[in-house]
Ligand binder design. Structure first.
Ligand code: IDP
Ligand code: MG
Length: 139
């Protein structure tokens, strides 16, 4: 099934000049970039994105990091894009992420794990609408 998913390179990835490396891995998998932009999340925008994590011990650090500098947000489209992206990213904690995944090869810590990808079809739909307007998505 062709799907769309929301991906972003987190501030640690942009700051470490890993944007091209990260996007390249997704492109080489065959998925298409149908939207792309650099932006800095406001606190309000980040709190909405990470709503599900509100109240968790790492929440305030997460919001602080994610708003600390620019991110590169994109919409990827392809066969099973949601699961494919999650596989290419690797597990949340770089210590658990397999070699060959972005987080396994390049991640430093759970707080500095370089990349976000939607975790379900419902999340993907909501996150794409949160980050992009309909006319920012390529045909
Ligand atoms: P995911 O990014 O792999 O989907 P989530 O569980 O949705 O992981 O968590 C969102 C983000 O919150 C993670 O990418 C990571 O940056 C941060 N995070 C999650 N769990 C922890 C933790 O136990 N300690 C510190 N940060 C965490
Ligand atoms: Mg998640």
């Amino acid at each position: 099934m062709t799907e769309r998913t929301l991906v972003f390179v987190k501030p640690d990835g942009v700051q470490r000049n890993l944007t091209g490396e990260i996007i390249g891995r997704f492109e080489r998998s065959g998925m298409k970039i149908i939207a792309l932009k650099m932006m800095t999340m406001s606190r309000e925008f980040a709190e909405k994105h990470y709503e599900a994590h509100r109240g968790k011990p790492f929440y305030s650090e997460l919001i602080k990091h994610i708003t600390s500098g620019p991110i590169i947000a994109m919409v990827l489209e392809g066969e099973n894009a949601i699961k494919q992206v999650r596989g290419i990213m690797g597990a949340t904690s770089p210590a658990d992420a397999e070699p060959g995944t972005i987080r396994g090869d390049l991640g430093i810590a759970t707080e500095l794990n370089l990349v976000h990808g939607s975790d379900s079809a419902e999340a993907a739909q909501a996150e794409i609408a949160h980050f992009f307007t309909e006319d920012e998505l390529a045909e």
